[in-house]
Write a protein that binds this ligand. Sequence first.
Ligand code: GTA
Length: 318
Amino acid sequence: MAENENGSATKRLKTDTENECGDSGELSSESPVSDFEITRILRDGAREKTIFIHGKVKDQDAVVILEKTPIRQDTLSELLKSSHLKLEMKNDVYSTYQLQAPAHLNEIKTTVVCPATEKHVKKYLHQEVFLVEESGEDYRNLTLPYINNQSFSVQWVHNILEKKAEADRVVFEDPDPDTGFVLLPDFKWDQKQLQDLYLLAIVHRRDVKSLRDLTSEHLPLLTNIRSKGENAIRQQYGVPPSKLRVYLHYQPSYYHLHVHFTSLEYDAPGCGVERAHLLSDVIQNLQADSSYYHNRSLAFPLRADDGLLAMFKKAGKL
Ligand code: GTA
């Protein structure tokens, strides 16, 4: 279990024998990974120790993401004691080894998207990116019609809100229909260590797509998410607000308002300035000007083959 100043911090972290569903995690014959036929590698991030693979599972397109997770402080002594060391080289006081860890200390976090749409495949494919500057008018004329037709399904979000999926993973819920939200671990976090803590607050309201829809009317919602989300994370994991990066993505992949809570120590995908808007800045901007996100130009990156990029080009905006 991860080391933390606060003992209670560890109580919701998962144990070695639990998988994503919270039961003992051996692959069964129903595992989509055992039938997975590799088509091509979409992206191979050596530094992030992550690989994105496109393939087929019984004729259905699928994306599998494999990620080596951080070394856990709580299993360090077991790792060092119970592993086999294979010497690679020795020179003076220096030596390098291959450490062969027991299987339970050497797991790979695996995410499966199946069936995957062409849009999923494109999302994970490594591509050149371009920064687009979108005015409020561009949003209404170009982006909004595009996302109304082309965006990813938010069925998984509705499943969470309706307790049809991940109900056992919910860390906190405020059921108020206007200002309430569900806080739960993002599926990028395996919950085994706090270094890469990542939770999502998903709002109950279904009429707010993104940052662009926010006005001062939503301030009670946003301040509620900030205060109750931070409190819940402090209580459950012992992580104080000063150790959290709390932000919204623009553009998001999923157009149902949600807020990302990540560990400040973790360089989470999508936390760069071209995509992440700190919740505290969003609140202050709306306090100063209710139409801030309605009128303001917002910059964001788009991948080379993104249909929205083509629309911006066609409209002479690039
Ligand atoms: N609990 O079913 C889900 C679920 N889904 C489908 C998405 N999320 C989910 N969480 C739960 N259950 O943080 C999470 C995503 C993301 C958030 C949506 O919802 O993990 P967003 O709308 O702003 O979209 O946030 P975003 O950030 O583009 O999505 P995502 O998927 O995080 O992609 C951003 C980049 O992160 C990708 O391009 C890729 O570089 C990287 N990435 C994505 N998935 C993984 C992964 N499993 N492992 C490592 N890196 C990943």
